[in-house]
Design a protein around this ligand. Structure first.
Ligand SMILES: [Zn+2]
Length: 365
């Protein structure tokens, strides 16, 4: 039997109460953690990450594993270091055990990243956990290492072996080796541009109704979108963003274009799964606009940004988004949406008029 992970669900809409207590949905297209102002959270599909890093490696002809790992584990450490009270709790062995059991394991499940079960934990010596359904194995492992580097306040080495399909036993130990994790990562959250979104919310818990179709499967450590059967996760506003920023510094802008492309492909599939488009014929003007508005209307509930204008061009479309969670991912989202609805290949360009306000123009190509 899976342990009960929640303080229960909202009696009105069924949304997990722990999640609605910890997060706030703002009127500017962002979600932030209640305990930490300006700390951004996003709900995103996991599927577009599948094969993304392998694809980047194939295109560039070099291994990026190390870079991805460092960026992600360091981002995780920075996250915990900035959490009020976390450092204090981690000074005591009891606090460490508590953090592992009720912090890390629950957080992993709550965010839909993976299911984590502690098999053994001796503070300062060894931690062994079974990880099931990691959203992406390398990133999941680097998050665990980053979390333990914070907890033990020293470099951590790790190893893993496959236990059964989608299940891994991961072992972490302090290592005397000085970590060469880059210190350059900082939490950078630009202030969000104000918005006036007035979405339909549950009167009891305040969560946007657009999220009613999400289902937490605690025993599997995943969150499913009931409409499409696909998986989403909640991540801090640093995941993927930090990794790709570091990759772009080392490898050039090309990596960002691969990110756009992976998201474009996923979005085409997503739009189809949502039934916003059927057949091979382009939609009529009214239907087309409605489909655009439906898809864009959901983005704020996911914390992905605030689409403020939609302009149908002849040909093409122009969309301004305030506070996009990640501007390359948003470029891929809008490009994929265009291609799915207009049934044609495309090119996307964007311009950031002022920080946080990005205008995307997508045209047939
Ligand atoms: Zn509710």
């Amino acid at each position: 039997m899976a342990k009960k992970m929640w303080f229960g669900n909202c009696r009105q809409c069924g949304f997990p109460r722990l999640v609605s207590h910890l997060l706030r949905w703002n009127s500017d297209g962002t979600i932030n953690a209640v305990f930490r102002k300006g700390y951004r959270v996003v709900i995103s599909p996991t599927e577009f990450l599948d094969g993304l890093f392998t694809n980047v490696e194939d295109r560039l002809g070099i291994s990026i594993r190390h870079l991805v790992f460092e960026a992600q584990s360091n981002a995780t450490k920075v996250l915990f270091e900035g959490t009020p009270g976390a450092r204090l709790v981690s000074r005591l062995n009891l606090g460490k055990r508590f953090t592992v059991e009720f912090g890390f394991n629950r957080l992993a499940s709550m965010t839909g990243m993976f299911r984590s079960e502690t098999l053994e934990y001796v503070p300062g010596s060894v931690g062994i956990a079974r990880i099931t359904n990691p959203f992406q194995l390398d990133l999941a492992a680097s998050i665990i290492v980053g979390a333990f580097e914070f907890l033990e306040d020293c470099p951590i080495e790790y190893s893993w072996e496959e236990d059964s399909p989608n299940s891994y036993v991961i072992t972490v130990r302090p290592t005397p080796e000085e970590s060469d994790v880059a210190k350059r990562l900082k939490m950078e959250f630009s202030p969000a541009l104000p918005g006036e979104l007035n979405c339909d919310r549950c009167p009891r818990c305040g969560v946007p109704r657009a999220l009613n179709h999400l289902r937490w499967v605690d025993e599997e450590g995943i969150i499913l979108d009931r409409r499409t059967g696909t998986r989403v996760m909640m991540s801090y506003g640093y995941m993927v963003t930090a990794v790709f920023r570091e990759m772009a510094k080392e490898l050039g802008e090309e990596v960002n274009l691969l990110l756009v492309d992976a998201q474009r492909e996923w979005t085409i599939r997503h739009v189809g799964l949502l039934g916003l488009t059927t057949g091979d014929e382009p939609l009529g003007d009214d239907e087309l606009e409605r489909a655009y508005r439906t898809y864009l209307g959901d983005l704020p509930a996911y914390g992905q940004g605030n689409p403020v204008t939609l302009e149908l061009l002849d040909p093409g479309v122009r969309i301004e988004v305030l506070n996009p969670y990640q501007k390359y991912i948003m470029a891929g989202t809008l490009q994929g949406l265009f291609e799915a609805l207009e049934k044609t290949g495309s090119a996307v360009e964007w311009e950031e008029g002022r920080p946080g306000a990005v205008t995307y123009t997508i045209t047939p190509a």
